[in-house]
Design a protein around this ligand. Structure first.
Ligand SMILES: [Zn+2]
Length: 302
């Protein structure tokens, strides 16, 4: 086991759950010799499940914050250099590690370079390219790919969900954790409603200002993620990719768009560009207006 591990892979595919399972296993007193899975039975496992294991710590974004700050890492450094409570390892998870601000990243470097004995740092990232190279180079990288559609369907079928696994996975671009999240509350319905409004906008039945006003209170990241899923599905369909889950919304949108693939890419890149404004102070209305203009520009009737 390396002392610093970077789990890299797409969002909503269970990286964090994997990191927790790994941490639990490293701390377990009687882990399975073959599978390395935690026993779920020993004192360490019960403490871990109760979120009170003294040799485990997780650093995440504080509520409504977009960055992990240096105070969080200082606390972590103190924790790492305390003497251990049990015989086993000390384990730390930092997620999402690309959100460390520069001071926090610098404060982590020394610990990453020379962690105390039996200490394992598990870093989790969907965007490892955004990490400063000095952090990346101190970790062993483990790539966690998106599960196949079949694996995702099998897993989702074991969960308590309201909607059908197929519909959820299609809406979630095949990403299992996102599919589960879409099942909660009104998210799937909200997503459909956004598609309906964009369709009406493209047909000229809704004014851009009204649609922009209607959606300004919805979280920006959700809006962009849903739209990017539709645009990516449209692009994939042009390349005749078969393994993509069938999304029921994107074909309707596609019919109202300009035919060329470059037009789809333009919309795609525009939405990705807007993603960089998700955590900035750009006014919500200006944000939704800019977002809808991207669609209007590529509409067939434009
Ligand atoms: Zn155990």
């Amino acid at each position: 086991m390396p002392h610093a591990l970077l789990l890299a892979g797409p969002e909503f595919c269970g990286k964090y759950d994997f990191a927790r399972a790994l941490a639990k296993s490293l701390l377990c007193e009687k882990r399975d010799v073959n599978t390395q899975a935690a026993c779920n039975d020993c004192k360490s496992c019960s403490l871990f499940e109760a979120d009170s294991h003294p040799d485990f710590s997780a650093v995440q974004l504080a509520e409504k914050k977009s960055q992990i700050v240096v105070d969080q890492i200082r606390k972590l450094n103190e924790f790492v250099y305390l003497s251990r409570s049990y015989e086993g390892s000390r384990v730390v998870i930092i997620a999402p590690v690309e959100r460390l601000n520069i001071n926090a990243a610098n404060s982590l470097l020394k610990t990453l370079e020379e962690p105390p004995e039996k200490t394992v740092l598990i870093l989790v990232s969907s965007n490892p390219s955004q990490l400063i190279p000095t952090i990346r180079s101190r970790c062993q990288v483990l790539h966690l790919p998106q599960p196949t559609l079949q694996q995702a369907t099998e897993w989702l079928s074991t969960q308590t969900i309201e909607n059908s696994p197929d519909e959820l996975l299609a809406a979630a671009g095949g990403k299992p954790m996102l599919a589960k999240q879409l099942d909660e509350g009104e998210r799937l319905a909200t997503r459909k409603e956004l598609a309906t409004d964009i369709l009406k906008l493209l047909r000229g039945n809704h004014s851009l200002t009204n649609v922009a006003k209607k959606w300004e209170k919805t979280p920006k990241a959700d809006l962009l993620d849903w739209q990017l899923q539709w645009v990516q599905a449209m692009i994939k369909s042009q390349y005749q990719s078969d393994d993509a889950p069938r999304d029921t919304i994107s074909p309707h949108l596609h019919r109202l768009m300009k035919h060329s693939i470059s037009s789809l890419w333009e919309l795609h890149d525009g939405l990705v560009e807007l993603k960089s404004h998700v955590h900035t102070s750009l006014s919500p209305l200006l944000f939704t207006e800019n977002m809808l203009i991207l669609w209007n520009n590529q509409s067939r009737s434009h």
